[in-house]
Design a protein around this ligand. Structure first.
Ligand SMILES: Nc1ncnc2c1ncn2[C@@H]1O[C@H](COP(=O)(O)OP(=O)(O)OP(=O)(O)O)[C@@H](O)[C@H]1O
Ligand SMILES: [Mg+2]
Length: 354
């Protein structure tokens, strides 16, 4: 609406009696823009100090940045240099670490009017960590797969090279069979784990009677326990029900029992214990084995992590069992963990009671 009046005598109009909202001060609009910007951002003035910043920038850098130089705010000489270049009119984009916050960021700098510059920081830390994990996973998986394949190829070559005494030939065939078994277990575990990690595993939850399930899991390791003269047993109430996925629960218990039998020395004891605790059921696999040092305890649930790589690999282990247990517990709204000392270990699973 245009209002006309004679110069010097503004009319007193009723609808203007209320104070008009003040015209935006220079910089207000750009402050609004910065605040609404979806990334951490700030405007540097001619002297290289932050004249405007948004909450995202303060949060990312863990301090109030207004009035600080880029070097003060980020402790990054590289970013301070890039900011200087932007203040001189150059557009810069760079990926760099921020020493102040241990973050990896992509910094985008653009020159603005009046010798100022816009700085935008995009946090790449999680993405880079994911990539490193994926690279690690592939390297570890290839390494683990190579071992049985090399053993199979070696044994087959020996068999092909010429006639062997029957006993030797049998030894090599057994070796092929053992490593083929290991290879197939490894690929199955890898597939399970990648499905779990990708969130593709859907648990079929239902009420399950624990006693028969525990007994059938114990049956699967009974033979090996006997060979090692281990006392193997179940302890718990006759009637206890959980909400779980039957196959997933079996896989978890077998993995824990398999470890307990594998790592407990001859003549020891392995007990599967079930315990109702209010809305939850606690299942524990307790062994009288060597125990696990505290520094390893939080890490053994990571895939491929083994306390003693050589010994575990000799025992046929790949370090995937506990990672699978941890994921399976989570998809069944449960939790898994360990307590361990000199006298042995207790691996536990908590699940909702039925
Ligand atoms: N009951 C236990 N007592 C002592 N150490 C254990 C026990 N259970 C697991 N560990 C340690 O934790 C590591 C990881 O266990 P995990 O079950 O993930 O792998 P693994 O048994 O080596 O191989 P996989 O289960 O894939 O065959 C083992 O290598 C072992 O060092
Ligand atoms: Mg295991």
């Amino acid at each position: 609406m245009a209002l006309f009046w004679r110069k010097g005598t503004p009319p007193k109009l009723a609808h203007l009696a209320e104070e008009p909202s003040p015209a935006p001060k220079p910089g207000d609009e750009s402050q609004e823009l910065i605040e609404r910007f979806p990334e951490a951002a700030g405007v540097l003035d001619e002297s290289g100090r932050f004249a405007q910043v948004n909450a995202g920038l303060d949060r990312l850098l863990g301090r109030s940045c207004i009035g600080r130089s880029v070097l003060e705010a980020t402790r990054s000489g590289e970013l301070a240099e890039a900011a200087q270049a932007a203040l001189l009119g150059e557009s810069v984009e760079r990926e760099l670490p921020l020493p102040s916050s241990q973050l990896q960021v992509r910094a985008t700098l653009a020159p603005l009017a009046r010798k100022r510059a816009l700085l935008v920081l995009h946090d790449l830390t999680a993405a880079r960590r994911m990539e490193a994990m994926r690279r690690d996973f592939i390297a570890n998986a290839s390494h683990e797969l190579r071992t049985p394949v090399a053993a199979i190829a070696g044994a087959a070559e020996t068999l092909l090279a010429g006639p062997l005494p029957p006993d030797d030939a049998r030894r090599f065939v057994e070796m092929i069979s053992r490593h083929a078994e290991r290879f197939s277990r490894l690929t199955r575990d890898l597939l399970d784990l990648s499905r779990l990690e990708a969130g593709e595993f859907r648990a079929a939850l239902g009420a399950i009677d624990l006693l028969p399930l525990c007994e059938s899991c114990l049956d699967l390791v009974r033979e090996r326990a006997k060979e090692k003269e281990l006392a193997l047993g179940f302890d718990g109430p006759q009637e206890l029900r959980v909400v779980a996925d039957r196959r997933a629960l079996e896989q978890m218990l077998v993995n824990l029992l398999d470890n307990a039998v594998k790592y407990t020395p001859r003549g020891g004891r392995v007990t599967l214990l079930a315990d109702g605790a209010g809305a939850q059921v606690l299942l524990s696999v307790i062994d009288s084995g060597p125990g696990i040092e505290p520094r390893h305890q939080s890490r053994i649930f990571e895939r491929f992590y083994r306390v003693d790589g050589g010994r575990s690999r000799d025992a046929g282990g790949t370090g995937l069992g506990l990672a699978i247990v941890k994921h399976l517990a989570l998809v069944q709204n449960g939790e898994a963990g360990v307590e361990s000392g000199n006298g042995g270990s207790r691996f536990w699973i908590k699940l909702p009671a039925a």
